[in-house]
Design a protein. Structure first.
Length: 450
């Protein structure tokens, strides 16, 4: 119990929810498999990681648990949550889009006990013997409805065949799968269902606290760009994600917003993974706004303080509506989801009976200049290998750069460089003040990320 309290303190969480407590009991103390269904943003990642970590051996070097996820972003984010928990267990994420050889090299050096990965890349490592399947006794399938969709089933079937010694399985999602294939081999599964099995109606009419408000915004034209522009200006800098159904539409909308003075981040499957990661990072730390994306951003992204989700294109399925809207109102916060409706368009049928309110962008606000993102990100050319810590960077930026504590945001330190989010208004003066200065006695490059 004391370890749990310490972990929650590190994560800045006051207490576990009823769903998390039930999941912890079922996973840590039960013997069968567990199926956890709970709305997006309710803390499912922590709900399984807390009890899972308590059941693993921190002294063993072998991989003991495999966590299967449908996409790269969720693999990276889940692994980062585990790192922040500070349990003493080692973990890493594996996924396509980068050399498997580099991941294998990292495995040999790190000797992880938990591996987060996409089905194809996990199969690759298992087939090559990079992961010793005989040590894996725990299997977690996150977003299992997505992992078990057509196109993933063959990969999932091969993956489970390669893990013959798995004794416990945990399946998680915000939406149930119509049928769980026999090859998953669930045994005496304990179902943990929070606020009922989530549906599109649960997004539109959330539990009693009504955390997500639903609004419709009517566009007089089929091309909704001018309506989107007016809506974003009315939201006055509120952190928002705009969802479109096609990558070409994402690029077009982002180009339009840039011409109108916004600084959007973009995300879609046609982008290089490194660029996607950078765009998400800059959106999360407040340096780009809004995020314009396909449904790629609708799952696995736990970005704090997203106040608005905007459906530029209507979601193609009820599950897509759930996962899109779940990017706001994370961890008991509140949020709003907006459906922009063109001529002849209506709310999806499953949401048509909900208490959606019409929202009209205010003309006086809509004609004003867009608010620029509050933060800007600077690059610092020294990192952990040069013995630079987050505290060193804070001291450098405040003492030599003249910043106040409230002008600093997220700071991340890597092997040979670091990123720091600072108040956009203070960037010019900061760069001038630190030019030629040393950090911990070392000359370094300090420059803005464009």
């Amino acid at each position: 119990m004391e370890q749990t309290d310490n972990i929650l303190k590190k994560l800045g969480i006051d207490h576990l929810s009823a769903m998390q407590l039930e999941a912890r009991q079922a996973i840590a103390c039960g013997r069968g498999d567990v199926v956890l269904l709970s709305p997006t943003g309710s803390g499912k990642t922590l709900a399984y990681l807390l009890p899972l970590c308590s059941r693993l051996n921190a002294d063993a070097d072998a991989v003991q648990a495999v966590v299967v996820v449908p996409g790269r972003e969720l693999a990276m984010q889940s692994q980062q949550v585990m790192q922040r928990m500070g349990t003493g267990l080692r973990s890493m994420s594996v996924y396509g889009g980068r050399p498997a050889m580099n991941e294998h090299r990292q495995m040999r050096q790190l000797r992880p006990q938990v591996v987060f990965g996409t089905p194809g890349r996990l199969n690759d490592h298992l087939s090559k013997g990079n992961i010793n399947a005989r040590g894996v006794t725990w299997l977690v399938i996150d977003e299992f409805d997505k992992c078990l969709e057509m196109g993933f089933e063959a990969e999932m079937s091969r993956l489970l065949q390669r893990l013959p010694d798995v004794r416990r399985r945990v399946l998680l999602s915000a939406t149930d799968a119509e049928q769980i294939p026999a090859f998953v081999r669930l045994a005496d599964a304990h179902r943990v269902v929070s606020t009922g099995s989530p549906t599109a109606a649960d997004v539109a009419e959330p539990p009693s606290d009504r955390r997500i408000a639903i609004h419709t915004v009517h566009s007089p034209e089929r091309d909704k760009l001018s309506t989107l522009d007016a809506l974003l200006r009315t939201l006055a800098g509120q952190k928002a994600i705009v969802f479109l159904n096609r990558r070409e539409a994402v690029e077009r909308a982002a180009d339009y917003l840039r011409r109108r003075g916004f600084m959007p981040a973009i995300m879609h499957g046609g982008m290089e993974q490194s660029l996607r990661q950078q765009q998400l990072y800059l959106f999360a730390n407040g340096s780009l706004q809004p995020l314009v994306s396909t449904d790629l951003a609708s799952r696995g992204l736990d970005i704090p303080d997203v106040g608005a989700v905007i459906h530029y294109h209507l979601p193609e399925t009820s599950a897509a509506a759930i996962h899109r809207s779940g990017r706001t109102a994370r961890w008991q916060q509140t949020g709003t989801t907006y459906f922009i409706l063109g001529p002849g368009e209506q709310l999806p049928q499953e949401m048509a009976q909900t208490a959606a309110k019409e929202f009209v962008p205010q003309p006086d606000t809509a004609t004003s200049q867009p608010l620029l993102p509050p933060m800007a990100t600077i690059y610092i050319g020294k990192g952990r290998r040069e013995k630079i810590s987050r505290g060193d960077i804070v001291g450098f930026l405040c003492k030599k750069g003249g910043l106040q504590a409230h002008q600093l945001g997220r700071i991340d330190v890597y092997d040979h460089h670091a990123y720091a989010a600072v108040s956009r208004q203070a960037v010019t003066g900061l760069l001038a003040a630190v030019k030629g200065e040393r950090i911990k006695g070392q000359h370094t490059v300090v420059e803005p990320i464009r």
